[in-house]
Design a protein around this ligand. Structure first.
Ligand code: KG4
Ligand code: ZN
Length: 333
């Protein structure tokens, strides 16, 4: 079964072709990072315009790479939220037109459910139930994945997302965008010598604005004396500990056996090592996505779309033309 999937929720225009939801025949990602770098973050209007100029080329390239003809595609999966609404609309409109022209079903797919599904591509034996620690530029969620299309949010950030905190800390320290990889690379040259605050709630929620503000305050106070590499190492270690400790708490309380890392921040070296090490210590299995499937890509959307499709979560495009982008779409909605 061949599916074509489209991702355009932020600053990557991506199209993939998957066979049976887990085999990637092509995954073309056209990133806009170099364009947005100049502004220190994603400029939504520019992102939408770039998606618009890129999308047809990316679709053509994905088909060419996969050596697949459009007539062999059985369904179109597309990210319809959450994300930047103008950016999402480009993918959604394109997907609707393509599905209409080919007279095949459209599978609206949740971006975060896609990040989780990246693990099905990288770990062929992985099956629900498991706990997913979803860490991206917009989300920090602990999600109980009961089945391929059945999700329950057990904890989430009360303020900043982890990736967002990495990006803001990078900006404060004079490092580039996106901040996660910059902070992590700089941390390699330092030691975690700064004492930064961690938060712990009665439930499984997170908070990252306190640690971000602490970094900003210390940076202002120390000025030129600030040891940037040590600060990066301190921030990275503290945040990864908070994420891992909270995830381990849920594993124990819910008597789960498998933990899965997902989202852009799952590319973080320290977090990948820490979650695997702590899981092993407690007798759990840990799964992480290949680096190329951590940040936004259409292959992960294709895998999530496949499971939606086989469980009947799709539209016949000729019956329902009003699929829209939803900027604040909730997991499991
Ligand atoms: O999932 P993603 O590509 O886009 C969203 O859905 O938000 O995640 C992007 C986020 C950015 O905040 C970026 O700084 C962060 O992931 N990120 C990292 C690393 N690579 C990307 N954060 C920490 N360490 C990394 N190696
Ligand atoms: Zn993402």
């Amino acid at each position: 079964m061949l599916g074509l999937s489209i991702e355009s929720s932020c600053d990557e225009t991506s199209v993939a072709i998957l066979k049976d939801g887990r085999e990637v025949l092509s995954n073309v990602v056209s990133t806009q990072i170099d364009i947005h770098k100049e502004f220190g973050g994603v400029v939504p209007e520019i992102a939408s315009r770039k998606h618009l100029t890129n999308i047809s080329y990316v679709v053509d390239e994905a088909l060419k790479e996969a050596k697949v003809d459009l007539k062999d595609i059985e369904y179109i999966g597309v990210t319809y939220g959450p994300g930047l609404v103008g950016a999402l609309l480009v993918g959604v409109s394109y997907a609707k037109s393509l599905a209409y022209a080919l007279n095949i079903p459209i599978v609206p797919t949740h971006h975060i459910e896609g990040h989780i599904a990246a693990n099905y591509i990288s770990n062929k034996e992985l099956k629900p139930p498991f706990l997913a620690l979803v860490v991206s530029g917009g989300h920090s969620h602990l999600i109980y994945v009961k089945d391929y299309t059945d999700f329950e949010i057990l904890g989430k950030t009360r303020d900043d997302a982890v990736g967002e905190a990495f990006d803001k800390v990078a900006r404060t320290l004079g490092l580039g965008y996106p901040g996660g990889p910059e902070v992590s690379n700089c941390a390699l040259k330092g030691k975690p010598t700064y004492n930064l605050p961690k938060t712990k709630f009665e439930n499984y929620d997170f908070s990252f604005s306190g640690i971000k503000t602490a970094v900003i305050n210390i940076a202002h106070k120390e000025g030129e004396n600030l040891k940037v590499a040590d600060m990066c190492a301190s921030f990275e270690t503290t945040v990864c500990e908070e994420l891992t400790q909270n995830a381990m708490r849920v594993m124990k309380d819910y008597n789960l056996k498998k933990v899965v890392l997902a989202g852009g921040v799952s590319a973080n070296r320290v977090l990948r090592n820490m979650i695997c090490k702590e899981a092993k210590k407690s007798g759990y299995e840990a799964f992480i996505p290949d680096l190329k499937y951590c940040t936004d890509n259409a292959a992960m959307i294709g895998s999530a779309a496949y499971y939606n499709y086989i469980s009947g979560k799709y539209y016949d495009i000729k019956d329902k033309l009003d699929l829209n982008a939803k900027a604040n779409l909730k997991v499991g909605e």
